[in-house]
Design a protein. Structure first.
Length: 332
């Protein structure tokens, strides 16, 4: 199992200043390979805009980290974020600096996702301004940050996170899985009438020895408004033609959390899982470094012995052939 951190970004542009409202976004670092990656999608018709790539809001720093700036995007904020990463700031320090030094003095409009290797260990941080357009939120884990606005709801972010944690293979494969988690009509609510999740989508990954601004892997799709073409499906086809990922038999649905109990949480030693579902579930436990440390089978009840685990947050991934879900637990 590989550990990642990622953030995805997207944008629309109006006038000489780039103002953007963006949807689902994510960046990651694979701590095994040192790769950094970004992927995202938005209901912005980039076919009407010249001079912009499909991935210009996500910046990858090979061997170091990744930053995405979104929501009423201003290029100067992105440049400032780049400078702070190059200066060696941690993700939380970068975001704190950006909020305090927003070039338009409007940090309440912005969203950021930042991941970086700090003294060899991954860190992640996100920011969602109070005045970005609803639905907005961000979700971070030890190795990733996912954020979005103008979303259908929290389920889009949760689905991306669940698919990301469940996926096998390379960083690119796991980013593609996260994108499929948002492959829902109206994920960006502006695209509901278009019958798609978005209008463009991308994935890019940089190896540690890549040059800044020239990642070794980029795949993207740009569609027109009212074309009715799902860009994530098109991206998957292009992706599959060049990348071989292990296929998964995991169901597409999110399991109903009300069918499960996790007690106690926080836990000091034994975490008991119970379920009313009829199908057996596989349970995988990940530590703060994103490494799988435990696996078990849940039929009606499963006891996980965490007594030898260090204090901190752990992520449980639960799946069967009907669906999947994630649950975070705290070890005291």
């Amino acid at each position: 199992m590989r550990s990642l951190c990622f953030v995805l970004s997207l944008a629309s542009i109006l006038g000489s200043t780039l103002h953007a409202q963006d949807t689902f976004s994510m960046v990651a670092i694979d701590t095994v390979t040192g790769e950094v990656g970004s992927a995202g999608a938005s209901c912005v018709d980039l076919t009407t805009i010249t001079g912009l790539s499909d991935h210009f809001l996500g910046e990858l720093f090979p061997g170091k980290g990744a930053i995405n700036t979104q929501a009423y995007y201003v290029p100067a904020n992105q440049i400032n974020a780049r400078n702070r990463m190059n200066a060696g700031d941690t993700p939380s320090e970068i975001i704190e600096w950006l909020v305090e030094n927003d070039v338009s003095n409007q940090p309440q409009l912005r969203q950021y996702g930042v991941v970086a290797l700090v003294n060899g260990s991954p860190q992640a941080a996100g920011h969602t301004g109070a005045s970005t357009d609803d639905y907005k939120n961000h979700v971070t884990g030890p190795h990733y940050s996912i954020q979005g606005n103008i979303l259908l709801g929290q389920e889009i972010l949760d689905s991306m996170e669940s698919r990301f944690l469940a996926a096998e293979g390379s960083l690119a494969c796991r980013l593609m899985a996260a994108m499929q988690g948002a492959n829902v009509v109206g994920a960006d609510t502006r695209c509901a009438n278009n019958g798609t999740s978005s209008l463009f989508a991308f994935i890019k990954v940089a190896k540690p020895d890549d040059v800044f601004g020239s990642p070794s892997f980029i795949r993207s799709v740009r569609t027109k408004a009212n074309a009715g073409i799902e860009p994530i499906d098109s991206l998957q086809i292009i992706f599959d033609n060049t990348v071989n990922c292990e296929t998964s038999t995991i169901g597409d649905e999110t399991l109903d959390i009300s069918s499960f109990t996790f007690s106690p949480n926080p836990v000091t030693s034994i975490l008991r899982l119970t379920t009313t579902t009829m199908l057996p579930c596989q349970v995988r436990v990940y530590d703060m470094m994103g490494q799988m440390i435990m696996v078990g089978s849940l039929n009606n009840q499963l006891d996980l012995d965490l007594s030898d685990c260090a204090p901190g947050m752990y992520t449980l991934h639960i799946q069967n052939n009907q669906g999947q879900m994630i649950q975070k637990v705290i070890k005291d």
